[in-house]
Design a protein around this ligand. Sequence first.
Ligand code: PMP
Length: 415
Amino acid sequence: IVDAYRQSTQGSEVLHLRAEQALAGGNSRQVSYWSPHPIAIASADGAHLTDVDGRRYIDFTNNYTSLVHGHAYPPILETVDRQIKNGTVWSAQNEHQIDLAELLVERIPAIDKVRFTNSGTEASNLALSIARAVTKRHKILMSRFGYHGSLTETETGSFNHDYPATTYLGEYNNAESFENILEHHGEEIAAVFLEPVLGSAGIIAADREFLLRVKEAAHKAGALFILDEVVTFRLHEGGRQKALGIEADLTMLGKLIGGGFPVGAVGGPDDLMDVFQSSDLRTYHSGTFNGNPVTTAAGVVAVRDLTQKSIDEMEKLAERLKNGLAAAAQKVNLPFCVSHVGSLMNVFFSNEIPQAALMREDQAAMSRFHIAALNQGLFIAGRGLMAMSTIMDEALIDEAIDRAAVAMSDVAAEL
Ligand code: PMP
């Protein structure tokens, strides 16, 4: 499998060797490296990527769930093209960021006002600033294996090692573990951060009951309850919280709401978001590219075109893909299972879904399948994440299943 990969991705290898000379770690994203070398993409269109050797891939990462309408979505291209010709950024108001803010306020019941950043990581930082300003406390509580961006307070939560002195870790879907920490250390904790579905850790859904209990315990301790919907906003028109009938104090957004451009946002009710009112200014937040016209114009189109109907259709495609992959794995006797919520799924080469992807025991098979799938023109995340987009259809899903079946038989032959 690896020999075939090396053979067909020589252009990518040359670029990787060059990258390692000037780029620390050969890239600026940890997830964009894999052994023996990552592929380098030359262009992307719709549901496809083309690498520098001219090979085509069906793209199921959609830039880690952020391209909900695929690559180079024509309505976004049109809007962005028009905007770029009118200037890319200036240090004054632009109407697009107001449009996008209004759209998000309309969609998510818990949000009266939003504020934009350039990444989900910055949204974490902003949510934390608000929580610290409001509570006058410093620490946070999040889930082991949770991911809220590469912020010092949150990044190590996704690894199973020592975490910063600012951070307490609870166990996902175990309300008692959160309640205990809040009971004993509540007076130090500014906010609880939770993903309504663990994303990086393998598409593991939170129970509604778990979220409600943690929210109640957070409030009892005087801490804010923050839902990180950077990934999960794609699961329902009003985000996962609307689907579950839960309201967060602060909601973090990112990824798809920038229409393929760098973005993040924090939203909440007036009483919390008013820390930014010019008459109040309890906390400071600025950024040269925050709410810029290109990102927000693209974001308006991306959010507008993510209707409940398209969300439901993506879910059906995911179901079809999941069943097809399971049947293909069974044919070649590979242990296989899929964690799945709406348009998101994660594959595992084991009989049971692990508690989190970071605790998986199928790493050898997973890594081999990742490369074998690339050999067959199927681009998935190295940890098995697959995300649908609104421009995919049944024929494309069936083609992906056929390609995956060949990759699985290659893996079965080598194991
Ligand atoms: N929160 C969640 C749930 C995420 O999955 C991510 C990124 N994968 C982030 C925050 C951070 O977003 P960004 O990569 O834009 O900084």
